[in-house]
Design a protein around this ligand. Structure first.
Ligand SMILES: CC1=C(/C=C/C(C)=C/C=C/C(C)=C/C=O)C(C)(C)CCC1
Ligand SMILES: [Fe+2]
Length: 349
């Protein structure tokens, strides 16, 4: 793979790193494994309850994980947010979010496909950070390896549900685009060739990334990091193959992506470092929660505004879930810009 070795400058001190790793890794593993077992045993949520994990994930950890974007970059640079930096993030959200929101009204099917691509990139980049920064010594040594790992980690949640549950996948796409136009069916998603090519590509990427990582892991610490990567990759494959997508995406978004990002932000906040060092999780949660509350509430108000604005109206729980997805999409575009800047500041790429 191209690119020289990159050294990540996350500067998370050893004890804090270990503590964060103990929070961020085992809990979601257990939850995902339990969901796999429950699904294999035939337990399934029925009717409107199917939407509960997704809707809960949006409010509980999902929106808050982005609601700190205005504080993130100054903190990563060791500075305090200024009115200028706050205005810059506000303008970014207004312009990019506004343009993408207009895109949903003008070309909803394309906007949905763009959302899948955006999520692929973003969930991939988030996982690469955790893999690199929370391990003692990473096996992901080069930029090329990290790009490959990002393609795998973002690709699994976006593609594997299509392999296992094509009809649910199609229905969510059609309902979401259907908020804006009638007749969006997304029937092409059901074509076996589409599923085979997409699923096969992500499977090949997974194998390639793990083989390359194994070859680059040349000491015991980086071999541990590789084992964690391999175990997680297999867990995610099994999870998205076995667990119905509305439940799976909800659990993943809250307990995997958002929790990891919040842990990353906790390590940046100087006021939380005593609590992190001493292992006081409640103080960390309260500290993060306080900072995230205003803009989480702002986003809930936006959700109500968006629900009122979509042409089809919102009269059912699946439409509520779809409006939430559109809001997530619109907020995720500027969020990806902030997180990509953070990746750069922290030397991830
Ligand atoms: C709900 C759902 C889907 C899409 C979810 C997406 C795209 C979520 C993105 C969330 C983001 C970007 C959160 C911010 O970090 C799929 C895969 C179509 C399958 C059916 C269920
Ligand atoms: Fe995110």
């Amino acid at each position: 793979m191209g690119g020289g070795a990159v050294a990540v400058t996350t500067s998370i001190a050893g004890p804090v790193r270990r503590r964060l790793a103990r929070t961020v890794f085992p809990l979601p593993w257990a939850a995902l494994a339990a969901a796999i077992v429950a699904s294999l045993l035939g337990f399934a949520l029925d009717g409107p309850a199917r939407y509960a994990p997704l809707l809960l994930s949006v409010v509980v950890l999902g929106l808050p994980h982005g609601a700190l974007d205005h504080l993130t970059l100054p903190r990563a640079r060791g500075a305090r947010p200024t009115s200028r930096s706050l205005a810059a993030v506000g303008a970014l959200y207004l312009v990019l979010g506004g343009l993408y929101a207009a895109g949903w009204f003008l070309a909803p099917a394309a906007a949905f496909v763009a959302f899948l691509a955006l999520t692929w990139v973003h969930w991939g980049q988030g996982d690469v950070y955790s893999l690199v920064a929370l391990s003692r010594e990473t096996h992901l040594r080069t930029r090329g390896q990290r790009l490959l790992a990002a393609a795998v980690r973002g690709g699994i949640p976006m593609v594997v549900p299509l392999v296992g549950f094509p009809e649910t996948y199609r229905a969510v796409a059609a309902t979401t685009a259907g908020l804006f136009v009638s007749g969006a069916s997304f029937a092409w998603l059901l074509a076996p060739s589409v599923r085979l090519v997409a699923g096969g590509a992500v499977a090949l990427l997974t194998v390639a990334s793990l083989l390359l990582g194994r070859a680059r892991a040349d000491d015991s610490a980086s071999r541990d990091a590789w084992r964690l990567d391999a175990g997680e990759s297999l867990l995610l494959w099994a999870f998205f193959l076995a667990v119905p997508p509305l439940v799976a995406i909800g659990l993943y978004f809250a307990l995997w992506h958002s929790l990891r990002h919040l842990a990353r932000l906790a390590a940046l906040d100087p006021s939380l470092s005593p609590a992190l060092r001493r292992g006081r999780p409640l103080s960390v949660v309260v500290g993060l929660g306080r900072d995230a509350l205003p803009l989480t509430l702002g986003a809930v108000i936006l959700l109500a505004g968006l629900a009122a604005a979509v042409p089809a109206g919102v009269g059912s729980v699946d439409a509520v879930a779809s409006v939430s997805l559109v809001l997530l999409a619109v907020l995720t575009l500027p969020h990806v810009v902030v997180v990509s800047c953070l990746d750069r500041v922290q030397g991830l790429w």
